[in-house]
Write a protein that binds this ligand. Structure first.
Ligand SMILES: NC(=O)C1=CN([C@@H]2O[C@H](COP(=O)(O)OP(=O)(O)OC[C@H]3O[C@@H](n4cnc5c(N)ncnc54)[C@H](OP(=O)(O)O)[C@@H]3O)[C@@H](O)[C@H]2O)C=CC1
Ligand SMILES: O=C(O)CCC(=O)C(=O)O
Ligand SMILES: [Mg+2]
Length: 413
């Protein structure tokens, strides 16, 4: 049926029920993309650890049937030049509803800007959900890392990140610059002859669906606040509008009322809705992280904030994430392909394993998700860690990528 994808002979599809919930069989087929660079190291380790934890928790009653699908460099090798993201891969990710991917290299000079961004756009995975928490014993550059406990909701489908841009001196850039100057009275392009041009599109619909998910998450998970992070003082009609539309939505759909003086608000259940300008936020998360909880932000801000916050709790080697639409979920680590370490069995697989933990929880396999967290805590506490933590820890036993996976499996309760 497919050109290169082999559907496992055992296992069934996860289905979406009439209320939008998941109907998860005991042997679901989960598509996975190995990923480029360190994908060859971390993805097999993630699968082994997940298989072990599921086997342990459900004594054979549940099992994942993994189905490999292709994107990135492996796809080009299999499907031919410039086929970075085959149509059948997108179709499977859409049809099978829950999947997981390794990192993908952004091709240089190829026909696709970023495979990761293309997937998010084509599957309309408009939420990038990235929880940031500290595990006991993880080395951190801050004095009180346990105070960093945030959940980032990054808008994943629009903003300057969508890649609407043209190089300096191209006919398109010249045409757009001429239009701006002649038809829109723009006088502030300092060097029009040599300017590249990018367009930042931010919509009310895009903002509202993202903020709605963030507020709903805060309510469902008893969080204290939702902060809208933006640079609206400068980019008034994109980032400033994100803030205003976010507050309006909270008032209209969630019954939020202004706190004294505004614009901060409070929901009937006490959750505070507030906003902060992005540069101030980046210093406050270092100085007073306990003041922030759920974060709703635009695409590019969310990209920067994800890596910055990950650093506070040990680095992107342990930073998980999910890309979500209303039905489809594609889990992935926050980091990229770290090419210098590719194939060396060296890096931390923790970020992808914790992404799988989010996936198991999303599927309702809570026992397995809890067991994964437990063994992660136990293993790090015992100072059995990969190079990234070992170089910052005293008395650590440094293990390889697969060695860390083996330690997680050995430490399963
Ligand atoms: N979602 C995705 O698939 C993403 C893809 N990318 C793509 O990845 C490629 C490389 O990007 P780059 O900017 O180098 O960023 P990376 O995130 O790939 O790597 C940057 C650094 O982060 C550390 N790091 C990353 N992963 C791990 C890990 N698993 N364990 C321990 N440390 C880790 C390493 O630090 P150190 O050197 O200190 O050891 C590494 O050199 C680019 O093509 C980029 O476009 C980037 C981000 C996301
Ligand atoms: O697609 C890419 O190359 C980068 C993506 C990225 O940095 C992210 O999603 O955090
Ligand atoms: Mg990033």
């Amino acid at each position: 049926m497919y050109q290169h994808i082999a559907v496992p002979v055992t296992g069934e599809k996860i289905l979406v029920d009439s209320h939008g919930g998941l109907d998860v069989p005991d042997q679901p087929i989960i598509p996975f993309i190995e990923g480029d660079g360190i994908g060859v190291d971390i993805t097999p380790v993630m699968k082994n650890v997940v298989d072990a934890v599921v086997a342990k928790c459900y004594a054979g009653g549940r099992k994942i049937s993994w189905m490999e699908v292709y994107a990135g460099e492996k796809s080009v090798r299999m499907y031919g030049p410039d086929v970075w993201l085959p149509e059948e891969t997108l179709q499977v990710l859409r049809d099978y509803v829950v999947s997981i991917k390794g990192p993908l290299t952004t091709p240089v000079g190829g026909g696709i800007r970023s495979i990761n961004v293309a997937m998010r756009q084509q599957l309309d995975l408009y939420v990038c959900l990235r929880p940031v928490r500290w595990f006991t014993g993880v080395p951190s550059p801050v004095r009180e890392p346990h105070k960093t406990d945030m959940v980032i909701f990054r808008e994943n489908s629009e903003d300057i990140y969508a890649g609407i841009e043209w190089p300096a001196e191209s006919p398109e850039a010249r045409k757009l610059i001429a239009f701006l100057q002649q038809e829109m009275n723009v006088t502030s392009i300092r060097f029009p002859e040599t300017s590249g041009i990018g367009i930042k599109a931010v919509s009310r619909e895009g903002t509202e669906r993202l903020v709605r998910k963030a507020v709903q998450y805060a309510m469902d998970n008893q969080r204290r606040s939702v902060t809208l992070v933006h640079k609206g003082n400068i980019m008034k009609y994109t980032e400033g509008a994100f803030k205003s539309w976010g507050y309006d939505l909270c008032r209209r759909e969630f019954g939020a009322e202004l706190l004294e003086g505004g614009p901060w608000m409070r929901l009937p259940n006490g959750i505070v809705i507030k906003d902060v300008i992005a540069d101030a936020f980046l210093q406050q998360i270092l100085l007073r992280p306990a003041e922030y909880d759920v974060i709703a932000t635009l695409n590019l801000n969310g990209d920067y904030i994800s890596d910055a916050l990950a650093a506070q709790v040990g680095g992107i080697g342990i930073a998980p994430g999910a890309n979500l639409s209303d039905t489809v979920a594609l889990f992935e680590a926050t980091h990229g392909t770290a090419p210098k370490y590719a194939g060396k069995d060296y890096v931390n697989p923790g970020s992808l394993i914790l992404s799988a933990e989010m996936m198991l929880r999303h599927m309702g396999w809570v026992e397995a998700a809890d067991a994964l967290i437990h063994t992660m805590e136990k293993t790090i506490k015992a100072k059995t860690v990969t190079y990234d933590f070992a170089r910052l820890m005293e008395g650590a036993q440094q293990v390889s990528c697969s060695g860390f996976g083996a330690a997680l499996i050995a430490n399963l309760a």
